[in-house]
Design a protein around this ligand. Sequence first.
Ligand SMILES: [Cu+2]
Length: 493
Amino acid sequence: MSLGRRGLLQGGGLAVLSAALPRFGEAQSADGSASGSPQRAADHAIRIGNGLVELAPDRIISTTTYNGQFPGPLLRFQEGRQVVVDIHNDTDTPEQLHWHGQTVPVDIDGASEEGTPFIPAHGMRRIAFTPGPAGLRFYHTHLTPGADLSGGQYGGQVGTVYIEPKNDPGRHDREVFLMLKEFQPALSRGGDMAMGFLAPAEHVKTLEEAGESAMRASLAKGMPHGFEVGYSLFSINGRMLGHGDPIRVKVGERVLFHIVNGSATEIRSLALPGHLFEVIALDGNPVPTPSKVPVLWLGTAERISAVVEMNHPGVWVMGDLADDDRTRGMGIVVEYAGKSGKPSWAKPTPFKWYYTRFGKSTSNAPAPDETLEMTFTKNNAANQGFNEWRINDVAFSMEKMEPMFHLRQGKRYRLRMRNASDDIHPVHLHRHSFELTGIAGRPTAGIIKDVVMLGGYQEVEVDFIADNPGRTLFHCHQQLHMDFGFMALFDYA
Ligand SMILES: [Cu+2]
């Protein structure tokens, strides 16, 4: 979807008048104002239901969607201006809609682990909240489907939120939103996850020895490798490469791409042959050092905003570096005015993804009030053939829902995360943003995110201010990892 600077998709084209509503559901306000007044129409209506998505003329899939479309409608909010959203659930399954990357209260956030009420099956919830922080956000379902690959974020319940900042320098001509998403998942033994693209690349020896010896012991007992998920269909904005409208550009144009990795489990890369991406924001937050790169890497739920100056005329494939995934749909055509012909792809030279290049070059982050240690371990194939994941030796229990960490309001906390597995984990903290303070032993500051990829056998440190009371969920955003133990709750004392 390609939109002008002030898109016309307010309300997703489906705004519902309150007068037409049979009832009001729950009127809940994030800022204490009287939002649920019967006179007020909802600003946006989201309808969860089953529908068909035409990825290509001969590739039509049935899945759960928002408003019968994929991706869900682009929701444009304004920073600091309260919105009322009606969420209707036309399915048989109670649902959660998570406002990823926003600093909203527990009853709005959309995670039952925190205490957000479900959107009942064949029911609705009205919520009201003040969007923020500004920038590229994300909304998606937040269930734990486990082994059911038709549930949760394996389906079509993902959409983009863009919160207009109060002040926008706007150094670009137009915006293009891209949602990267796979379909038709299947279980496999052993995955083909992208590896080796993170820098720095050094492993922590003790983590590596612990992880490798646990894996050896499991295999020696005759265990198979735990299940992974793979996909057969790939799409950008709900169309396989070659089956959607091209992005039509002119020479000299500066196009701001807002890219969301809507995958349930996969890490994505993106390149546009002959062009550079000037990364200006990560997870919606402006970076201290905008920088031009030939390749973007996004863990699940990560977002990148990057300006591309269109200065290399032709018809190009902008797509994933993985040939298998790109040829099965993970790409979109960029077509210059006056150019025609078959879109060209060229593999970029090898490039490492180095978060810290976007950080402050000198100063370090302030010292935290407290450091919370977390070690992540994999228990190979331990749970019905799936890997069980543990944080500090505890696999999260959906029955107990017990908080592991206790916060005091106003304090600055450092999470020191240590990965004793060879998988990359895109870890996510709800309702708070964090500052990257250390990546694989290198200090950094000034990069504000809500998901960060933690490399195999590496360490990452992030700081956050405990400024949004209530239960707060932390988890790996890889759906299989999250559903099989990789979650923890924080609460406020
Ligand atoms: Cu993970």
